[in-house]
Every structure is written in C-alpha cells, then in structure tokens.
Ligand binder design. Sequence first.
Ligand code: FAD
Length: 435
Amino acid sequence: MERFELGCVFFSNDLRVYDNLCLVSAAKECKTLACVYLETKDDLKQQFGINESDLRRQFRSQSLCALDTELKRFGQRIDRLVVKSKADICSFIDEFNPNVIYRSWQPRQSANNYWEAIKKAYPAIDFKEEFTSTLFDESQLPFESNHFPATFSKFRRAVEHLAIKDPVACPSSLPPPVGKPKHWQIKFKPADCLFAGGEREGKKHLHDYFKGQHASSYKQTRNALDGWKNSTKFSVWLSNGCLSVRQTFHSLKKYELVAGASESTYWIYFELLWREYFQWYAKTYPSTLTKFSGLSNRSPKTFFNPQRFKKWCSANTPFPLVNACMSQLNAEGYMSNRGRQIVASCLVNELSLDWRYGAAYFAQKLIDYDFASNWGNWQYIAGVGTDPRGGRHFNLSKQRAVYDPNFTFINSWQGEKCDQYLDSADIVDWPITRV
Ligand SMILES: Cc1cc2nc3c(=O)[nH]c(=O)nc-3n(C[C@H](O)[C@H](O)[C@H](O)COP(=O)(O)OP(=O)(O)OC[C@H]3O[C@@H](n4cnc5c(N)ncnc54)[C@H](O)[C@@H]3O)c2cc1C
C-alpha cells in the first residue's frame, strides 16, 4: 500500500538490490523514490590521517556503478551525496521534502550521529531503519543490550541455534525517481585489483566458491597465509553489502544439502558468527570501539613512535613474516586472517605501538574494511576488548615455522628484504651505532 508521496533510501553499507529490506519497504510504501548514496567524510581521517587507498576507492566505486546499473533495470538510479556535515543532508532534505527515509543500520558512530541529528531536526518525517548487515534481527537476540555476552564463546552459544531468516527477494518494481539525475563522476585511478566490486561480482564469487569442494576442506585450509580458495574471501563483498550475510549463509546451507554438512562447513558459519559478534559489539559499545583503553579501565603500555610505525606500514621491520604480510596488504588490499593476527600482535607486542594506528592503517588499506570487524579484532588482540585472555601475543618464530615452513610466502613477498634495526636512536635518544 503506497502511503508516502515521496520516499528516500539512504544507501551506505548495503550496495545491492537483493535481500535489501529498505528497498523492499520503499517499493511497497512510496509513490516516488530517491535512491541516494551517502558518502560521509570519514571521521577517522582527522584523528589518524587516514586516506583510503586507490584499491579500496576503486572497489567501492565499482560497487556503486554496479548498483546504479541494477537500479536502472527498475527505471531507478542512484544519486550521490557527499556529506561533510549535517547541513549537507539537511539541504538535500529541504530540496526534496521526503515523507519517509529508510536506511540500513551501520556500526560507524559518525553515521549514526547524523541519523539521530536529522531525526531530531525533521520530526514530521518517518525514519525507518533496517538491519541488513546481520544474520539476526535485534529482536531475536536472547539478551538485553546491557547484558551483552562478555566473550565471543558466550555470544556464540547464545545465538548459534537461532533461526536465520531467508533473504528477501528483489522488489518486482520500484517507484519512479524524483528530480533530475545529479551528474556524478566516479573518480579513481584504475588499479590492478584481485577483486571486482558490485552485486553481480559478489554473487558470481559466491557461486564459484560453492561450485567447487573448497567449503568441505575450509577448516584445514582457512589459516593459510595465501591462496585464493583457502578461505572464502566473502568479506570483500560483505563489507560494502554487495552480498548480504543471510544470502551467504543460505548458499552455505544449500551447499551442505548437496555436498554434506561437515566440521568445515560448520566452521564457515562459526566465522560468520565472529562477524556477527563484532556487529552487535559495535552496536552495544559505540563510543569505545576506537578508544585507546577500549572496554577496559586502563590504557595499554604502548605509545606512538612514528619511525617504528612507518617501518611496520612499509614492510621494513626486522621480522620477515610481518614484512611479507604487510607487502601483501600494500599490494593487494587483502591479507589472510592469520596474517592480520600476526602483524597486529607484532605492532602491539614487539613494536610496543598504540594499536589504534594499526587499526587505522588497516582501515586505509583493506578492501574488505569493516568498521566493526576491524576495530573489534584490533581491540581483541591489544587486550582492550572482550578477549578473556587479555590480548594475544603470537610467537613470530613459531608462526613462521607452522604457516610458512619453507619460506615460500616470505620469499614471494620479499619479506627478508628489510632493515635489521627497529630504531635509529636508543631510549635516551643516542644514535645507535651499527657495525
Ligand atoms: C586485526 C584484524 C583486523 C580485521 N579487520 C577486518 C575488516 O576490516 N573487515 C573484515 O571483514 N574482517 C576483518 N578481520 C577479520 C578476518 O581477518 C577477515 O574477515 C577475513 O580474513 C576475511 O577473509 P575471508 O573472507 O577469506 O575469511 P574466511 O576465513 O573465509 O571467513 C568467512 C567470513 O567470516 C567472517 N570472519 C572471519 N573471521 C572473522 C573475524 N575474526 N572477525 C570478524 N569476521 C570474521 C568474514 O565475514 C569472512 O568473510 C580482521 C581480523 C583481524 C585479526
């Protein structure tokens, strides 16, 4: 039933038409519709000097172009609104005067602040928020938000048997657009990238992954430092919402029907639950996710040392395995989960650096950057999140022996090519003499 003259969908981390509850509701409820991508100025830029990498920008731009193409099949289009302050959203609202605005919930606090601010400023507008990036609805969670499980294991045990809804189909039609198309140009320097953005590419990847037998050996291969099918690579399309997590889960279930359920297929679900955990964790603790002391009451005994940080970023530490992982990140915009744990542990423990700079560097480089997963995992390793063991310190020699016994990974990323020394001066600023 069309209740609203004009609706507006604010797109952000949900760049798809399939399993998109905002679009489905807008299709039912609105006579005309504006689809707008909100490009919010990254709030981390000021704090940490983050400039997203060309690879990340390219992937997002491709995803946006692909969404525009999909929407055109429905006679719709996506407009882009660059948001530097609340005033930019207000001038858009004042120009179009929508009766209802839909958006997907997202973990980033700055985006939520905008949302709350415009809700207050426009009491006559209906604001509707959907959870499109989680497996469960908020109402399904068997705990109150002030009793969020203290550890991942408790969270997993509480939710893993809950029913997961089927993805919702694409709407059969969409209301026509309003206003003249705003000319927007996608600016990026085309770069060589392992991943192509967009809903179709995401679906194709999902299909290709489950076409083979890789899911049946996932548990044995998932920790590898390299290799296309050793882990799923779903994170890349999940992070922008080109794929929905429910759609991913249902593809896994279909695979199990044909190939059989196994410990490996369960483990893919287990990892999706880690993702789920960090989404709800971010929702529960919005202001602590980028805080140095995190959830704990004490700050770690680490600091910011520009020289060490630069060495870590540029793959030039005295640790070949760390260098190889960082070279891979810098070149491909991707790093395995094992690699991420190793380099994060090294930054915190061997280099004694403030974990937030590492998280910020990941935010700049990772194509699959996801606010909740990234900052949540970094907190976990730095020991300021919910890790019951109070942080992780990976023994670099043991990690090398187990995950790169023949130095294949280190050699392929030239990890040995590095400076033997971490600092050029000692603790009281005397230059270190090298012989
Ligand atoms: C320091 C650090 C930073 C990280 N930053 C991000 C990030 O910005 N974005 C991101 O998506 N993941 C992040 N992760 C989690 C994890 O490393 C990646 O999701 C995973 O490596 C992506 O590759 P994959 O899709 O092949 O994973 P797979 O091993 O195939 O896992 C399947 C899916 O489960 C989810 N998943 C797996 N492990 C985790 C985890 N530890 N936390 C949350 N979700 C998980 C992902 O959605 C992933 O696609 C980070 C981990 C660490 C240790």
